[in-house]
Structures are given as C-alpha cells and as structure tokens.
Design a protein around this ligand. Sequence first.
Ligand code: 5GP
Ligand code: ZN
Length: 123
Amino acid sequence: MTVVKHSDPNCIFCKIAAGQIPAQKVYEDADILAFHDIQPWAPVHFLLIPKMHIPSMAQLGPEHQEVLGRMMVLAPRLALEQGCQPYPEGGYRILCNTGVHGGQEVHHLHIHLIGGPRPWRKG
Ligand code: 5GP
Ligand code: ZN
C-alpha cells in the first residue's frame, strides 16, 4: 500500500513544489501550485497539484476534502486567466489520470486543465 507522505524526495512534482526544479507557474499558495505542462496538448494546458505528496486520487481521504475542493473551485478562474474562452462556447477539459490503467505517469496527484481553440494535439 502506498503511504501518503508530506513530500517524496524522488517525486518530480514534489521537487517542482519545493522549487528544486523550475516550472512556469500559473498560481501558487501555501497548499496548491499550478504550472504549465511541459508537453502541452492544446493552447492552454496546465496542471494543478496539492503541494503535499498524495500519489493519486486513490489515496484521498476526508482530510483532503478542503484542498481538493479548493483546487476545483480555483480551476475555472485560472482557465480564464490563461486564455480559455468562456463557457459555453469556449470551455476546457479537466482530467485526472489515476493509476496505470488511467494513464497516470507522474504519481503525484495532478489535475490537467486543457483548453483553447481546437484542434488539439491529443483528445
Ligand atoms: P499524467 O500522464 O501523469 O496524467 O501526466 C503527467 C504530465 O506531467 C504530462 O502531461 C507531462 O507532460 C507532465 N510533466 C512531466 N514532467 C514534467 C516536468 O518536469 N515539468 C512539467 N511542467 N510538466 C511535466
Ligand atoms: Zn510528490
């Protein structure tokens, strides 16, 4: 079973959260970081992470409700700030790959926000 740690020294997103690896930041507060995906699929593509090392959705418990809720409420605001067009003509996709079958490659919980005019490289 995977243990939820505050920080994992081998995790690339923990290193980004700690400022040890650079990233193009979109938003930051004490608990949450948003930064541009290094390989964007679309004109807007950024990731929202809790700074705390939670490997995936599968490890979530009641203690994470507040931070996950804040991330979801933050996402629409950041989407517009980053150039997504307003709902309903515009909009965006929110994606949270979980586990190997879910296509998760980085095992630090992250929400993809993908948007902008189509076509996109994927999806
Ligand atoms: P997953 O497949 O785990 O849902 O997505 C991981 C995402 O993280 C991918 O879209 C990938 O491009 C992005 N990514 C991986 N390593 C880095 C990195 O070092 N910096 C940034 N900004 N994005 C990364
Ligand atoms: Zn991590």
